[in-house]
Design a protein around this ligand. Sequence first.
Ligand SMILES: [Zn+2]
Length: 246
Amino acid sequence: MRVIVFVRALFRQFGVGLRLLLSLLFPSLCLGCGAEGEQLCECCFSEVISGGVEKGFYADLLKVSTFVAAARYRAVARLCVLSAKHDGQADPQKWTEVVGQYLAERLWESIDCRGALYVVPAPSGLARRWSGRYVAAELSHEVAKSLVEIARQLGESCRVEVVCALQLSALRGSQAGRSAAQRNLRSGQISAFDGVLPHSARVVLIDDVVASGGTLKGCVNALRGAGAAVVAVAVACASTQAATVG
Ligand SMILES: [Zn+2]
């Protein structure tokens, strides 16, 4: 028994040492400003959860009662999203945690999270999944984890499941550089997988960025078509001048 404890302690020490060595050899870079030291420096930390989005605009557009965004799609918040999606060297874990926790807190305030809740990431094209990260799915996991943690701290019951319930037609590429009309066309290319969500499932839809809202509208329609109730939409960043304040 003692031997096992000793070996375990040795491995733990070895793990700590290894992490220290790795951090010395490859120091973390801030996802927002690139400064050495942390994955998300103190200055950038507050920027990625700065809010400032006119929620009513998207709530009306998507016909949902609750729309939550962590920040406007600009400056540091925008750089974080772009790095998280495209920079293979960057580690977006801290950013995902911070944004996911913020969104979960806002969701907990706005909707009834007790009982069963399904967190569904907006779908990503095959090309994106192949060449970059599926940020919406990573955010969905953080939101779900944080919701469960909030419930635990409050002694409430909350059963959250992340379900990749939506698919995008395989031949569609990135949204970047497409006109609003093309994006709206694409929104019709999103469909829900059969039978992955129970009927009348209460769904929170998650995406990294919303611009014209075309993709999210397609997602909401597909989910409603599959019999789900979309109770909220949450994104890391929201863009469009019509939808911003301050
Ligand atoms: Zn920074």
